[in-house]
Ligand binder design. Structure first.
Ligand SMILES: [Zn+2]
Ligand SMILES: [Zn+2]
Ligand SMILES: [Zn+2]
Length: 486
């Protein structure tokens, strides 16, 4: 832990500050999970040891619950599954993810104590649990979890006071970090990373956190190595400066961000962007044409219409009515276009949904135009090295590439690559994918510049031979909130 030290952050309790100069892309620290579990609804789809999504998994013959890629993963995961395996058998059913995680944490403490490495900067005991701040409904859920935990927890494991168990559940509730699959595209589980819990929030942070599964061989040799987070600097940080991450996506107006933060993490954000309402106006504003702006009433009317349409779109999406989604988006965009600013959040949401859905339906050309507008809006709102901006730019680049718009496609893929080098690092699977795409599009671009005709006929042949499989089915939300949302 040479890069950071614990300090008392004014008004925020404990925090971490830089102990030396840090630069964009530096790994401030990297940390394995103290404990982690797969989500209840993902238990059949990911390996319980390495958290990779797999088509075929092998079940643990004892509990019939845990599943693994192969014997190697099973062996690597045995240490943390052993007691769980016995407890599930005795309990006769599988408790929910909260209970499973609390139990894994307590088994680890029983074996190794509260501090498991010399780089761990806090005990679990000292972490905030905010149980006293919980609303009545959440407290009710907490009581049910504790009740189930007590039934599940074996008699021959170390017994704990209810207060302490409740503290662990509280810590999980406000500090549980979402663990994504190997490509970082989907949240598949939740884990606890003690040092990360010490990093405070800022809506305009100087760091980002990313999960890196490492490479397959590392998984086989090192216990727990598969679930590491990296805290990465987004720009220069001077010694003594607090390191921060954003717990919620910046693409919300300040009052909404503050509401989300209060609701889930129990604090009032007093960051500069919130107190000065920076960019709120352009996130909800009207479009300026030659110095003229539409009336406030009209902006309000179209904003409300957009919100209603977005709800209809969500419903159509859940029902997989993708052509209906496209129809709704196009109609909404037509109304938004003359009135709302290009940075209006609801316009960006429509553009995002429309481009993703059109890509999925393989209408790449129309998708590309919308994706480009979306990225241009994002660039005016996000800080330059934001991971969401990088991912959106990557998707837009791929869409352009698929549409045969190789020049813009290549340039976007290069931009995305530059961002992801900082936010994800060169060894992350997504960055590696991007690097391959960057080289491929560079080659195609050269071919295009030499002979357009040859380029297009080659493309056509390639398209006929292999269906495009790059675009996944449109999903509701990518991982935007850092920590787990209830
Ligand atoms: Zn595995
Ligand atoms: Zn088992
Ligand atoms: Zn804020």
């Amino acid at each position: 832990m040479e890069n950071v030290e614990v300090f008392d952050s004014p008004g925020k309790g404990r925090g971490l500050r830089a102990a030396k100069d840090l630069w964009a892309g530096d790994v401030v620290f990297s940390e394995p999970s103290f404990a982690a579990v797969v989500f209840d609804n993902m238990a059949e789809h990911v390996c319980h040891s390495c958290f990779r999504r797999q088509q075929k998994l092998q079940r643990c013959g004892q509990c019939r619950f845990a599943q693994y890629c192969d014997r190697t993963c099973q062996r690597a995961g045995w240490n943390e599954h052993k007691q769980e395996c016995g407890a599930i058998k005795t309990f006769g059913k599988v408790p929910n993810e909260n209970v499973r995680l609390a139990a894994r944490i307590l088994w680890r403490i029983e074996k190794e104590g509260e501090v498991v490495s010399d780089t761990q900067l806090t005990t679990l005991e000292d972490l905030e649990d905010h149980v006293a701040d919980m609303p009545a409904d959440d407290l009710k859920d907490l009581k049910v979890d504790i009740h189930n935990f007590l039934d599940y927890w074996p008699h021959n494991s170390k017994q704990h006071k209810v207060d302490y168990i409740s503290h662990i559940f509280g810590v999980i509730n406000c500090n549980g970090f979402m663990v994504s699959d190997q490509r970082g595209l989907q949240a598949v589980g939740v884990g606890l990373f003690p040092n990360l819990c010490l990093v405070n929030h800022n809506c305009w942070p100087n760091c980002t956190v990313i999960l890196n599964h490492g490479n397959q061989s590392a998984v086989n040799t090192m216990f727990h190595s598969q679930r590491r987070i990296e805290l990465r600097a987004l720009g220069k940080i001077a010694p003594g400066e607090e390191v921060t991450v954003a717990y919620v996506d910046f693409l919300n107006v300040s009052s909404e961000r503050q509401r989300l933060l209060k609701q889930q993490y129990f604090f009032d954000c007093t960051c500069q962007h919130c107190t000065e309402h920076i960019k709120d106006d352009i996130m909800m504003g009207g479009k300026e044409v030659d110095g003229n702006k539409p009336s406030k009433e009209l902006v309000k009317e179209i904003t409300e219409f957009s919100l209603q349409t977005l709800q209809k779109i969500d419903k159509a999406r859940i029902d997989a009515q993708y052509h209906e989604v496209v129809k709704l988006c196009r109609a909404c965009l037509e109304k938004q276009e003359p009135v709302l600013a290009d940075t209006h959040l609801y316009k960006l949401r429509i553009l995002s949904t429309l481009s993703e859905t059109l890509s999925y339906l393989q209408f790449f050309e129309e998708a590309a135009g919308h994706a480009r507008k979306m990225v241009e809006g994002y660039m005016k709102l996000y800080q330059p090295n934001n991971a969401q901006l990088g991912m959106a730019t990557m998707r837009a680049g791929v869409t352009h590439w698929h549409a045969g718009l190789i020049e813009v496609g290549h340039s976007m893929i290069c931009k995305a690559y530059a961002i992801l080098l900082i936010t994800h690092g060169a060894t992350h699977p997504i960055t590696k994918d991007l690097e391959a795409m960057r080289m491929q599009t560079e080659m195609e671009l050269r071919m295009f510049q030499q002979n357009e005709y040859v380029y297009y006929s080659m493309r056509e042949a390639a398209l006929k031979n292999q269906p495009m499989t790059m675009m996944a089915e449109p999903v509701e939300e990518n991982i935007k909130g850092l920590f787990r949302k209830k």
